[in-house]
Write a protein that binds this ligand. Structure first.
Ligand code: BGC
Length: 454
């Protein structure tokens, strides 16, 4: 039996700093982030990765999810940056030294500028270019990586880019959604096959005998109607669940591709390479909160579209919510796990966390979500790991630096890291899950999730 993996997640652009050849860097420079903020040096992780990984290991983590930055490895089309490859080799070696099983994401929202200029994933050549990048990574960094995530939140990427306008190039263009989804899906399928190719050098290192797993990290929101009696809102919930929560999981498990929404997103020709076959070995679920779907929202809130009479709010007025206004809703994780379990594949919770600068809500958030995982496992759902978002405070995309998701706080002037109470709690919880005859896999278990000074 494999051990349950206890982890934390990050992404390159959000922590490394100076990701100068990425589309986000350019977009930030044009003043698109709140307050004109730019990612700049971010958390300076590029220079501090050794001590950051040590902080991860200090918590007793057994795994670490990070992303590999395409814009760094291929800053200009066809030119490969040797020193960036070396940095990644060193980083992966360091994970191994510290007993942190690496889960590597190939694409976490950012693309090289040259790729974005060609239309990003809507370009007919996108998958070929992504496959070339995936091949380089697989050949040069792959032998020591046992778990891969090809894409982080493909639906958030497409939705954020062409509908919600919170990611570059931020245009309202529902007609491009189909092409972008298809471009990503085809890129994913090619990367899946490349990573599984028998032509690659043999696996090596500490985890060489562990079966290779390739999947995606998929964002799932527990949608409901803002007004339960409202027919239009109920219809929209149906659409959101199908389009946002389900379509990608159907697509990567070989089912019918439904990247379409009546009257908004036109149907596109399916990607034949993905039909009738499974192209993931596990499903990664990124779960944060619920979403109240609103038709003609009264106030222009966080999730209100500028282009359509539709809004999603992430909490009601009186609900306890994060600094970003997202309700704390662990039952939604339970529902998510039951939903994902229908696909009959192993599950990793690849992200779960809260923006909470004072770290007052995070301890309970952490425990209550782990408790739902414990319950799900008890009911027979195959959850194999948990990655808290995030190891460190980081650059929270269009919001800039103020939302603080870190188990470790970052002082952005001195770059000092400071453990939160939640980090120490997480450490205790991991310790409490020592292997025992009753729980040899160390999976979350309600018996060890009480007390702890909460
Ligand atoms: C993304 C992260 C992001 C987090 C919090 C996830 O959707 O993968 O990059 O920081 O949510 O918003």
């Amino acid at each position: 039996m494999q051990e349950f993996l206890w982890g934390a997640a990050t992404s390159s652009h959000q922590i490394d700093g100076h990701n100068e050849n990425s589309d986000w860097w350019q977009w930030e420079a044009a003043g698109n982030v709140e307050g004109g903020v730019r990612s700049g040096a971010a958390t300076d992780h590029w220079k501090r990765f050794k001590s950051d990984l040590r902080l991860a290991a200090d918590l007793g983590l057994t795994t670490y999810r990070f992303s590999i930055e395409w814009a760094r490895l291929e800053p200009e089309e066809g030119r490969w940056n040797e020193s960036a490859f070396e940095w990644y080799s060193e980083m992966i070696a360091e994970c191994e030294n510290l007993g942190l099983l690496p889960m590597a994401t190939l694409h976490h929202f950012t693309s090289p500028q040259w790729f974005a200029a060609q239309g990003g994933f809507t370009s007919p050549q996108a998958s070929e270019k992504f496959a070339r990048y995936a091949t380089q990574v697989a050949q040069r960094l792959g032998s020591r990586i046992p778990i891969w995530c090809t894409f982080n939140e493909p639906m958030v990427l497409v939705f954020g880019t062409y509908i919600a306008r919170i990611m570059p190039p931020a245009i309202f263009a529902p007609k491009l959604v189909g092409a972008a989804c298809n471009g990503i899906l085809k890129s994913h399928v090619l990367a899946y096959d490349i990573l599984h190719s028998s032509k690659l050098a043999p696996r090596e290192g500490r985890w060489k005998d562990r079966p290779l797993e390739v999947g995606i990290a998929h964002n799932i929101v527990d949608f409901r109607a803002d007004r339960r009696w409202h027919p239009m809102e109920n219809l929209l919930v149906y659409v959101f669940r199908k389009f946002f929560n389900r379509s990608w999981l159907d697509a990567v498990t070989g089912k019918k591709q439904r990247f379409a929404v009546p009257f908004l997103v036109p149907r596109s020709r399916p990607v034949s390479e993905a039909l009738g076959r499974r192209t993931v070995d596990y499903i990664g679920a990124n779960y944060y909160t619920k979403g109240y779907v609103q038709w003609r929202p009264k106030s222009a809130g966080e999730g209100t579209s500028k282009d359509m009479p539709i809004g999603v709010s992430f909490a009601r007025r009186r609900e306890t919510a994060s600094d970003l206004g997202w309700a704390i809703h662990p039952e939604g994780l339970a529902r998510t796990l039951h939903f994902v379990a229908r696909y009959q594949l192993p599950i990793y919770v690849t992200e779960n966390g809260i923006a909470d600068a004072k770290d007052v809500l995070r301890p309970e958030y952490l425990v209550s979500h782990l408790r739902e995982i414990a319950r799900a496992i008890k009911k027979g759902i195959d959850v194999r790991g948990y990655y808290h978002w995030s190891l460190l405070d980081n650059f929270e995309w269009i919001k800039g630096f103020w939302p603080r998701f870190g188990l470790y706080q970052v002082d952005y002037e001195t770059f000092e890291r400071r453990a939160t109470r939640s980090a120490l709690l997480y450490k205790k919880l991991i310790e409490a899950h020592r292997a025992t005859p009753e729980n040899p896999s160390r999976s979350p278990d309600s018996r060890y999730l009480g007390g702890h000074g909460l």
